[in-house]
Design a binder for this molecule. Structure first.
Ligand code: ADP
Length: 238
């Protein structure tokens, strides 16, 4: 069954068409890469799916219901979570309180002990077990990324949008990061990831969608897409 469907989705910024008639479906449980050179419209597409930007045209549906007119909170309540290219943290708060703030995005709120227990579970899931009381601004970069993922998972998402979540990690951290995303996939979460780290794309994505200059130029099994001459040309900037 289709979890997400984009149909002719377009975004214009003044005279610039950042996303041009983008259509694709995500099946429940898929992990799909959204690729393309810088400026091709990937982040804009994630921003429209998560409601941070309104579509200029076209429709976005989640499990068959149109979400393209909803704002970010309502889309989050329906089970869409995301991470941002630049990690968003509340640096003056503890790790646990950063995750607590994200519990507001749950459809069914949690309070008191139930909230604290859920935060502990979320932190353990991302490899930050027992770190709830640590100040967020004392975390290393990889641990900040882990915390950001715990925040995204706080709403029990059906669909997780990752915007270059693996960028800037060293090889050991990258391995750990890939294992972490794999564990989310195994839990049945559908994942759409914008990613430039090709080893990660190969390890994680069964399918890839490639954008260039706002339009989709490829959509298929990862190995085929990465060998597609048009995709290679787009990356080389021909
Ligand atoms: P990608 O994520 O593939 O690097 P983006 O979606 O960030 O691409 O950007 C696509 C195009 O839209 C770029 O030309 C970018 O400059 C432009 N763009 C993105 N956001 C805005 C905005 N808020 N206002 C104006 N132009 C924007």
């Amino acid at each position: 069954m289709n979890l997400l469907s984009l149909n002719g989705v377009t975004k214009r910024f003044g005279g610039l068409t950042a996303v041009n008639g983008l259509s694709f479906d995500l099946l429940e449980g898929e992990t799909v890469g959204l690729l393309g050179p810088n400026g091709s419209g990937k982040t804009t597409a994630l921003n429209m799916i998560s409601g941070y930007l309104r579509v200029s045209g076209g429709t976005i549906a989640l499990s068959g219901d149109a979400i393209s007119r909803l704002g970010p909170e309502r889309i989050a309540h329906r089970g869409v979570a995301r991470t941002f290219q630049l990690v968003r943290v509340l640096p003056s708060l503890s790790v646990g309180d950063n995750v607590l703030a994200a519990l507001a995005f749950r459809q069914t709120p949690l309070w008191g002990k139930a909230a604290a227990a859920h935060i502990d579970t979320l932190l353990a899931d991302v490899g930050l077990a027992g770190r709830a009381s640590q100040p967020a601004d004392s975390l290393t970069y990889i641990d900040l990324k882990r915390m950001e993922l715990a925040r995204a998972l706080a709403s029990d998402p059906k669909l997780l949008l990752l915007d270059e979540w693996l960028a800037g990690l060293n090889p050991t951290e990258l391995r750990a990061g890939i294992d972490l995303i794999t564990s989310l996939r195994q839990r049945g979460i559908t994942i759409l990831l914008v990613e430039h780290v090709m080893d990660a794309v190969r390890a994680l994505c069964t399918r890839c969608i490639v954008m260039n200059a706002g339009s989709k130029i490829a959509d298929g099994p990862t190995a085929e897409v990465l060998a597609d001459p048009e995709v290679i040309r787009a990356y080389l900037g021909d």
